[in-house]
Design a protein around this ligand. Structure first.
Ligand code: GDG
Length: 458
């Protein structure tokens, strides 16, 4: 059996409890055959001091290999190009993309440096699995050095329609780089449709079979592999001491109130201002919820050195303050806004205490919060998931209340419906959702991707 090599921007030690479902699942896959996980160390060094320095350490039968980035590389590859150009465009936000700053050279340079550091660590029959938009050109760099191994790529973020992708000045170079992979996986059918149309119309690729394309003397297979969560790992967290303490505290504090919960990175793709506006509309249109409905919104700090993230923070804080000022009372504040990262062990307690989970991104590759919320509900008295139809998860979670987050009134109406949904309907919807997230969990996802990758001819 071939050894697995995972490459991603950041590397996590899968044995640490804070690692999260994806890290745990990839760690398991690596441990099955022994493996290598390669990425950045998270350490940023001054230019000229230890650039690209490789650190390796063993975690069981898995080797974690990481490289340091210089400040300049971090600024151009990570902050500038990956998060200042690719992230907004892939989330349909051309207005927020900074095409002119010239960060693409740094993006290429770091991908090339990654390939140089990784190459000597590879064995001839390795299977290589590259993750996400930071590393699109990595396979092309490896191929240029003579690598013949099977290389697969999974994109965690959405694929926009072809004309939006084509707005990236270097899109033809990026697209050509995709053909260095044997398999490209995306999250949803909508993404797969966009990718196929893009390859046909912009790359002049030929369809040579179902979801298989030929161009640049190579064949590329594509597929939708919706990512899931590790349901058992997450429900075990919900039964842990921290989560139970959180549930007890919230039950006591909110015995006569109804909790709504949102847990997101503070990112403009997550639709946080729209969510707070919808919550405000709920209080305006349905006054019976005043002094009762309380939104706890965790907005974990994220990419604060990227310009657009400062703007979204100011907007959100203004909106939360206005709702509290206009509707709050001495004994009730409608919104509890938390701009900090909450410990992972406490998150399930918040979900379980909530009558309504609000997951309303404007665009999202999948959205794991939606699945985590379902996983930890009490089946006898479950909360209701209000989910954006623009999250990849909406293709699977049809029994959530699906909303258009741009439609403030309709979202407020859906929240009202969720708050007052009869027990039997809540139970029925939850049972179906739980079955879905169990059937298509993170293990199913990685097995499906790796099986498809090993079927491709290297
Ligand atoms: C990308 C794609 C895709 C959030 N706040 C806190 C916290 N979280 C955890 C959640 C969840 C994870 O972070 C967020 O996952 P999402 O899927 O919602 O979103 P992205 O970070 O944007 O992830 C996304 C995903 O990749 C996987 O393919 O689903 O579409 O954008 O697990 O629980 N965790 C802790 N404290 C917080 O404050 N501990």
């Amino acid at each position: 059996m071939s050894r697995l090599v995972v490459v991603s921007n950041r590397v996590a030690d899968p044995r640490k409890t804070a690692a999260g479902g994806l890290a745990v699942a990839l760690g398991e896959a690596l441990a099955e055959t022994g493996g290598l996980w390669f990425g950045t160390s998270g350490t940023v060094v001054d230019s000229g001091h230890g650039e690209g320095k490789l650190h390796t350490h063993r975690a069981g039968n898995v080797t974690l290999a990481t490289v340091d980035l210089t400040q300049e590389d971090h600024d151009s590859y990570y902050r500038g190009y990956a998060n200042g150009v690719l992230w907004p465009v892939f989330h349909y936000r051309l207005d927020l993309a900074d095409f002119d700053a010239g960060h693409i050279e740094g993006y290429r340079r770091v991908n090339r440096m990654f390939a140089h550091r990784l190459r000597p660590l590879l064995q001839p029959d390795d299977v290589i699995w590259v993750h996400d938009y930071h590393l699109i050109p990595l396979a092309a760099e490896l191929r240029a050095m003579g690598c013949q191994q099977r290389i697969g790529f999974f994109l965690h973020i959405p694929v926009p329609p072809p004309l939006i992708l084509a707005a990236i000045p270097a899109h033809d170079w990026l697209m050509r780089a995709l053909f260095a992979y044997d398999l490209v996986g995306v999250q949803s059918q909508a993404d797969l449709t966009h990718l196929s149309r893009y390859l046909l119309s912009e790359a002049g690729a030929e369809a040579v079979g179902e979801n298989t394309f030929g161009a640049f003397n190579r064949q590329l297979r594509t597929g939708a592999f919706p990512i899931g969560i590790d349901v058992d790992e997450f429900t075990a967290l919900a039964d842990g001491e921290e989560a139970r303490a959180m549930i007890a505290t919230l039950r006591e504090q909110y015995a006569k109130r109804q909790l709504l919960a949102g847990v997101d990175r503070l990112d403009y793709s997550k639709g946080l201002p729209q969510r707070v506006r919808a919550f405000r509309t709920l209080l305006e249109r349905y006054p019976e919820n005043r002094h009762s409905a309380t939104l706890i919104q965790v907005a974990a700090p994220s990419r604060e050195d990227v310009h657009a993230y400062g703007d979204i923070r100011r907007e959100l804080e203004g909106l939360c303050g206005a709702v509290n000022g206009d509707f709050g009372d001495i004994d009730w504040m409608p919104v509890r806004y938390i701009h900090r990262t909450v410990a992972r062990k406490r998150v399930p307690g918040l979900y379980r205490s909530a009558r309504v989970g609000l997951v309303t991104p404007l665009r999202d590759g999948m959205n794991l919060v939606a699945k985590e919320f379902v996983a930890v509900q009490d089946p006898a008295d479950p909360g209701v998931l209000v989910l954006s139809r623009f999250a990849g998860a909406a293709e699977q979670l049809r029994d959530a209340l699906l909303v258009n987050p741009y439609d403030t009134q309709a979202t407020a109406d859906a929240i009202q419906r969720a708050l007052h949904m009869p027990l039997q309907e809540r139970q029925m919807r939850h049972a179906r959702l739980l079955e879905e997230i169990r059937r298509h969990d993170v293990h199913w996802w990685r097995r499906g991707f790796l099986a498809a990758l090993t079927e491709t001819s290297a």
